[in-house]
Design a protein around this ligand. Structure first.
Ligand code: PEP
Ligand code: MN
Length: 357
């Protein structure tokens, strides 16, 4: 029997499949194993692949949709495909796609998103929107609004958090998650399904489980994970794909905890901690406000003596002194650095105002 995609009714919603449909055999064999695992609700595969450089595997095109339609007929599982323009949308719908997703490289471009939104008008297909390459919640939200404005019901729309482009090593991630971008999207669109794509965040198999568990603990609604019958021979994203059996093992290991519990003790213990946190936060901000008052005084002293705001040696000294305390404070060096940088920027802004008043 053909299954429909249940967006909110089932948590977790699990979408899985190869990065790319490569051959009919690979597509059918992967989908058959995924369906047999019983752990997957929707099949995914790309047939038009947005690649950074020309000449790498750019997808098999429309042929792949015929294979996906066949996989759907054989397994009963609905399927989804990436679309990047109106022609992709019309072609995908003509093969019975149940879901389409807008890729990260497309979400950045409002012209493309609008073209896709126009092509989707009147359709009851599910539409997932990946975060844009750049950490920009307004741009991600803008894409949601274009799809909503095209008349797609909100319950048919989903968000995919797949991490963000970065400069440098990216802490070992292919696309660092920057969780707060997704948390802010959830705050802005609380009724819209949010799932995590650990595959494109990690870029390798090593911490797929860890990222997936974190998404589950941040109350995401599900996952989209890449799975290939023979990952090492995959034509795209080989390093991050899992064999269907390994995907099943990983999914079985994830705990999908509930957002709340009914017990009175739980509620009381949580409320107490939250009151304490609110008090501490208020104290932290009042201290920061005092600190900026001192920055204003420093700004005046520097101005009177015609001295620059930034004095490299001093900034270095603050960073080094505080980072060496990271262990005794039980705070990570990255966190200490991030806080100090934010404080320093605000302090410079204060001094700048004084200098130029
Ligand atoms: C994909 O899902 O295969 C893909 C191309 O992802 P992204 O748009 O996140 O790079
Ligand atoms: Mn991929």
């Amino acid at each position: 029997m053909e299954k429909k995609i249940d967006m909110k009714g089932k948590r977790p919603l699990i979408i899985a499949g190869p990065c790319s449909a490569e051959t009919e055999e690979q597509t059918l064999a992967t989908c058959a194993e995924l369906a047999a695992s019983g752990a997957v609700d929707v099949i995914r595969a790309g047939v038009w692949k947005p690649r950074t450089r020309p000449g790498s595997f750019e997808g098999v095109g429309e042929r792949g949709l015929a294979w996906l339609a066949k996989a759907k007929a054989q397994t009963g599982l609905p399927f989804g495909v990436e679309v990047a323009n109106s022609k992709h949308v019309f072609t995908a719908l003509s093969y019975g796609a149940d879901m389409v997703w807008i890729g990260a490289r497309t979400t950045v471009n409002p012209f493309s998103v609008q073209e896709i939104a126009d092509a989707l008008k009147g359709s009851d297909v599910k539409v997932f929107i990946k975060n844009p390459m750049s950490p920009d919640v307004d741009l991600w939200g803008g894409a949601v609004e274009r799809i909503v404005n095209a008349g797609i019901p909100r319950e048919n729309i989903g968000l995919i958090h797949r991490g963000f482009a970065h400069v440098g090593a990216g802490n070992g991630y292919r696309n660092p998650p920057m969780w707060h971008q997704a948390i802010e999207m959830r705050r802005r669109y609380p009724d819209i399904v949010l799932i995590c794509d650990p595959s494109h965040i990690c870029g390798c198999r090593d911490y797929l489980a860890e990222i997936s568990q974190k998404a589950a603990d941040l109350f995401y609604d599900g996952l989209i994970v890449e799975s290939h019958i023979d990952p090492d021979r995959a034509l795209s994203d080989a390093a991050q794909q899992l064999k269907p059996a390994d995907l099943k093992t990983m999914l079985d290991g994830i705990k999908w905890r509930q957002p709340s519990a009914d017990s009175a003790e739980f509620k009381q213990a949580l409320a107490e901690c939250r009151r304490e946190i609110d008090d501490i936060d208020a104290e932290v901000f009042s201290l920061l406000s005092r600190r900026m008052g001192v920055a204003d005084r420093i700004g005046r002293i520097k101005k009177d003596n015609n001295v620059t705001i930034l004095q490299g040696g001093r900034w270095n000294e603050i960073i080094e002194k505080t980072v060496t305390q990271s262990e005794s404070l039980n705070l990570s060096p990255d966190f200490i650095r991030a806080i100090l940088e934010a404080v320093h920027l605000e302090s410079i802004a204060h001094q700048n105002r004084i200098m130029n008043e």
